[in-house]
Design a binder for this molecule. Structure first.
Ligand code: UDP
Length: 503
């Protein structure tokens, strides 16, 4: 009987786990989930990532690299039904260039694809699936197949805990005004914010509030959830979150560090350009600069600013006297803004004070360059984890999603950031009404880069060391990964034992 079991499952106790990963259709959800998929492949698990052709362009190079290293990983493409939902071919993601009015159609396309994804789960016979939070239906699909569904959360433990506190206790309703500070109740530390800094769906119920409820229910029914975080980064919130949710959860970050160990990995990430002049350009420019002297200014993959805000940033950077790399995007049809930015680029090129990268920057490569001394960031969770990993302090400028919660972690809990004092949450695809003034930006940069902020930099460096330990043998993320794989193996093994006929 024992031999028969061996024949079915390879070596005793060792089963070849097969998995499916289903990312959401937006760049900053795809990037960390694909890094996670690649980590599972690195640990000997067979991985199929299901997505649409346009979304695959964000990561296919990385998958090809892993595959050439002998890892069992591939992409399975499913065509997006653009014509059926009245979209032009190629518009199949929520990203910076997606016109707001197209968003509902992309959701419709995704709904049309659902049976197709479900059929693939059935046909490819995975032992477990890992799916983005925005695919809550996959928990039922997994249940039908009697396999675990693990949910990927794009956010931090603190952000999820804070959102939960607002949902449960509605502290904002007692605030006297939109700018009155209130405490987020029940959290491990005293964290304060204002009504205007809350995401709209938490401020007052809308369609998205319903979606988030469905997501939470699906999380509770899932086998557990995966976070791009690590224990020492937000241990109190990790414990708190597991307590309030009553679910299993594993922090396996920083996934960018763990999955992208070679320069080729770092360069291939996202909308990487072919080796070209521009890439060479930033590198050459940065290498002429003194250690820790340059600011990296970027607002993630989804943001655009109006002309009025771009002008304030440009002046703040110039007035700060610091050298900088600014990742910047033009707005379609904004001739005035375009002319201003081109003039600014010419000026800072001549003075050698700044370098503008248009569109997409190889962020991991830039952050690890010794010349970088700090970031100006929108507090997107992936960027926060990446800058912690690089040991860099941050000027925090939250904009949308859960950025204002992440700012609390960076500034109030970890004390590795200086706030520009942004007051108002807005949607990712809107400009909002707030324009942060140049003086406020310049002041925050000055504080972060000053000699008095030595402590800030020391704490950032300590966390960077902790990040590196987390993914090494015996580190928290490494242990979590091993434990999760052990459990998944166990589940497969007991299922196989149940179905093995007795002689
Ligand atoms: N990113 C990049 N180059 C860019 C912009 C973004 O490599 O020019 C990567 C960045 O390293 C991170 C992700 O895209 O992994 C952005 O995610 P984040 O959560 O920081 O922000 P979001 O894009 O969701 O606003």
């Amino acid at each position: 009987r024992k031999n028969r079991k061996r024949g079915r499952m390879g070596k005793e106790g060792e089963v070849n786990l097969k998995s499916i990963f289903l990312p959401f259709l937006s760049t900053s959800h795809i990037i960390p989930l694909v890094d996670m998929a690649r980590l599972f492949a690195m640990h000997g698990i067979d991985v199929t990532i299901i997505t649409t052709p346009q979304n695959a362009t964000v990561f296919q190079k990385s998958v090809d690299l892993d595959s050439s290293r002998g890892r069992s990983i591939r992409t399975h493409l499913v065509n997006f039904p653009a014509a059926q939902v009245g979209l032009l071919p190629g518009i199949e993601a929520f990203n910076v260039d997606t016109p707001p009015e197209m968003a509902p159609r992309i959701y419709m396309g995704l709904a049309i694809l659902q049976p197709c994804f479900e059929q693939l789960f059935h046909d490819l016979r995975p032992d477990f699936i890992v799916t983005d939070m925005f695919h809550p239906w996959t928990v039922e699909a997994a249940a039908k197949l009697r396999i675990p569904r693990i949910m990927f959360h794009g956010a931090s433990y603190l952000a999820r805990s804070a959102a939960h506190a607002v949902e449960q206790y509605a502290p904002h309703l007692a605030a006297k005004s939109d700018n009155d500070r209130f405490v987020l109740p029940g959290l491990p530390e005293r964290l304060e914010m204002t009504r205007l800094q809350l995401p709209d769906w938490l401020r007052s119920p809308n369609q998205y509030t319903e979606l988030m409820k469905t997501i939470k229910e699906s999380e509770k029914k899932s086998y557990g959830s995966l976070f791009n975080s690590f224990y020492d980064l937000e241990s109190a919130y990790y414990e708190h979150y597991k307590d309030v949710m009553g679910t299993k959860s594993w922090g396996i970050g920083p996934v960018s560090l763990w999955a992208n160990q070679d320069d080729s990995d770092k360069a291939a990430r996202g909308y990487a350009k072919e080796e070209d002049e521009e890439e060479e350009g930033w590198h050459k420019w940065l290498n002429t600069k003194a250690k820790s002297s340059v600011l990296y200014v970027s607002f993630g993959s989804m943001n655009k600013f109006p002309y009025s805000q771009l002008v304030e940033i440009a002046h703040a950077l110039e007035d700060s006297g610091k050298d900088f790399i600014w990742v910047v995007r033009k707005n379609d049809g904004d001739g005035e803004g375009e002319k201003f930015l081109e003039g600014f680029e010419k000026k800072v090129k001549e003075s050698k004070k700044g370098y503008l990268i248009w569109g997409w920057a190889p962020q991991l490569l830039i952050l690890e360059n010794p010349a970088i001394g700090g970031l100006v960031t929108h507090c997107g969770w992936n960027t926060v984890v990446e800058s912690v990993n690089a040991g860099l302090p941050m000027v925090t400028w939250p904009l949308f999603a859960e950025h204002f919660f992440n700012e609390k972690l960076v500034v109030d809990v970890l004390k590795i950031g200086v706030s520009v004092g942004a007051k108002e949450w807005r949607n990712w695809n809107q400009f909002g009404s707030e324009v942060v003034k140049r003086e406020d930006i310049e002041n925050a940069i000055g504080v972060m880069m000053s000699e008095e902020s030595e402590e800030l930099r020391r704490r950032a460096k300590t966390l960077s060391d902790a990040a590196k330990r987390a993914i090494q043998n015996g580190g928290s993320s490494h242990n979590n990964m091993k434990e999760l794989i052990r459990e998944l193996n166990q589940i497969k093994l007991s299922k196989a034992q149940q179905t093995t006929p007795t002689p």
